[in-house]
Design a protein around this ligand. Structure first.
Ligand code: ZN
Length: 200
C-alpha cells in the first residue's frame, strides 16, 4: 500500500504533474463542500482524480489524528507521539504529499516532547505563516507543497540556526536512511537536499 502510494508520488513528481507549486492552490472537489476543510490540502496523489485529492479521500487515507493535525491545525500530545524520541538516522516526509521535510541530522532533543529540528530539509520544504490563534503570536509551519499543518517554529533553538521547528509526529512519516537511499537509487527521483543547512 505504502509503496504503491510512493510510486504514484514519484511518478507525478517526476513530471506527470507539472503544476509545481500550484498544488497548494488546488481546489478540493466540489462534492465535498459540506465537509469544509480548514486548509486546502490538495496534493496530487491520486492520478485518477486528476491531481486533486478530496477532503473525503484524505479522511479515508489518514488516521483521525493525522487528519486532525494536518487539516485542522491540531496539536498532538507531548511525549505521546511517534517521533519525539526517535533517534534513528533517516528523513521525515510529509504524511500527506510525501515531500521531504526534515532530516534526522538536524533533529535535536528540545525537551518539549515533540520532534524538534533546527532546520528544514531545504529552502523549499516548508512555509511559515503568522498564527494569531493564541495570545502570544506564533509562527505556524506548513508543508510548502501541500499546505498541511506541521507545527510551529520558535527562535529558541540551538546553533547553527537558533531556530526550533517544533513538529507534530502525525504530520510526518519517518523513512530510515537505508530505505531512502535505496529508493532514490532505484527510481531516480529529483534530487532532494542531502545536506540540510541552516536556513537563514
Ligand atoms: Zn505535504
Amino acid at each position: 500500500m505504502q509503496r504503491l502510494a510512493w510510486c504514484f508520488v514519484a511518478l507525478i513528481a517526476a513530471g506527470c504533474f507539472d503544476g509545481e507549486r500550484n498544488v497548494s492552490n488546488s481546489k478540493l472537489s466540489g462534492q465535498d463542500q459540506s465537509d469544509a476543510p480548514s486548509v486546502s490540502v490538495a496534493p496530487p496523489l491520486e492520478p485518477e482524480q486528476g491531481g486533486v485529492i478530496t477532503n473525503a479521500e484524505l479522511r479515508k487515507r489518514l488516521t483521525p489524528e493525522q487528519y486532525r493535525v494536518t487539516c485542522e491545525k491540531g496539536t498532538e500530545l507531548a511525549f505521546r507521539n511517534e517521533y519525539w524520541n526517535n533517534k534513528r538516522d533517516g528523513v521525515y516526509r510529509c504524511v500527506v504529499c510525501n515531500e521531504m521535510l526534515f532530516d534526522s541530522t538536524t533533529k535535536f532533543d528540545s525537551g518539549s516532547g515533540w520532534p524538534s529540528f533546527y532546520a528544514p530539509a531545504g529552502t523549499d520544504a516548508v512555509a511559515e505563516h503568522d498564527d494569531f490563534k493564541h495570545i502570544r503570536r506564533r509562527t505556524e509551519v506548513v508543508c510548502k507543497k501541500c499546505n498541511s499543518h506541521l507545527g510551529h517554529v520558535f527562535d529558541d533553538g540551538p546553533k547553527p540556526t537558533g531556530r526550533r521547528y517544533c513538529m507534530n509526529s502525525a504530520s510526518l512519516q519517518f523513512v530510515p536512511r537505508e530505505e531512502e537511499t535505496a529508493k532514490k537509487a532505484s527510481d531516480g527521483r529529483r534530487p532532494t537536499s542531502d545536506a540540510p543547512k541552516a536556513s537563514e
